[in-house]
Design a protein around this ligand. Structure first.
Ligand SMILES: [Zn+2]
Length: 186
């Protein structure tokens, strides 16, 4: 009798969660709602601007108080991943992924480092990606979502979906599911 009640309750919870939202969280949210980002000195202005546009998409969400900001200096070379009190983005091997983000410090002030794979054919935009290019802005925007504390979403159209296809520029724009997630956190 008790078992039956338990499974009924569990099924109801799962159904509610699926209908209401699909975003997930990753670690602790950032206590002061600010994260300062730097990039390697070798970044081109096109690459740097793609990183910046991704951050600005998150900053522009009206119901969220979280902001990405430029570290000072914003272009500096740091080993990644390394726990050094700074959140940094670099080009290196992402181990078969397009990019990877490391959570270096999960305290009230989050520290994350991001590696964008240097073997991938990226379009840094803002023009549309060709069929054989991956959209750097969309990929970075996804990884920046991890940096601020979101996990993956099961909504395929969301920026926080785990995968992106070549030539797909849609992840540059946040989906309502991404917005719901960041506004829940901040
Ligand atoms: Zn991801």
């Amino acid at each position: 009798m008790r078992k039956t009640t338990f499974f009924t309750t569990l099924a109801a919870l799962v159904l509610t969660a699926t209908q209401a939202f699909s975003w997930t969280t990753w670690g602790t949210k950032d206590g002061d709602k600010k994260m300062y980002l730097s990039v390697d000195t070798g970044y081109s202005s096109c690459q740097y601007n793609a990183m910046k546009r991704g951050a600005q998409s998150w900053n522009a969400v009206g119901c969220s108080g979280f902001t990405f900001r430029q570290d000072n200096p914003v272009k500096i070379d740091r080993p990644v991943p390394s726990k050094d009190g700074r959140s940094h983005i670099t080009y290196s091997s992402a181990g078969g992924a397009l990019a990877v983000t490391y959570l270096m410090n999960n305290s009230s002030s989050r520290e994350c480092d991001m590696i964008i794979d240097n073997g991938v054919n990226f379009n840094c935009g803002p023009d549309a990606s060709r069929w054989n290019e991956y959209d750097l802005e969309g990929v970075v925007c996804h990884e920046e979502g991890h940096m601020l504390g979101l996990g993956h979403s099961s909504v395929q159209a969301a920026t926080m979906y785990y995968a992106i296809g070549a030539g797909d520029d849609s992840k540059r724009s946040l989906h309502q599911d991404d917005i719901d997630g960041v506004c829940y956190l901040y």
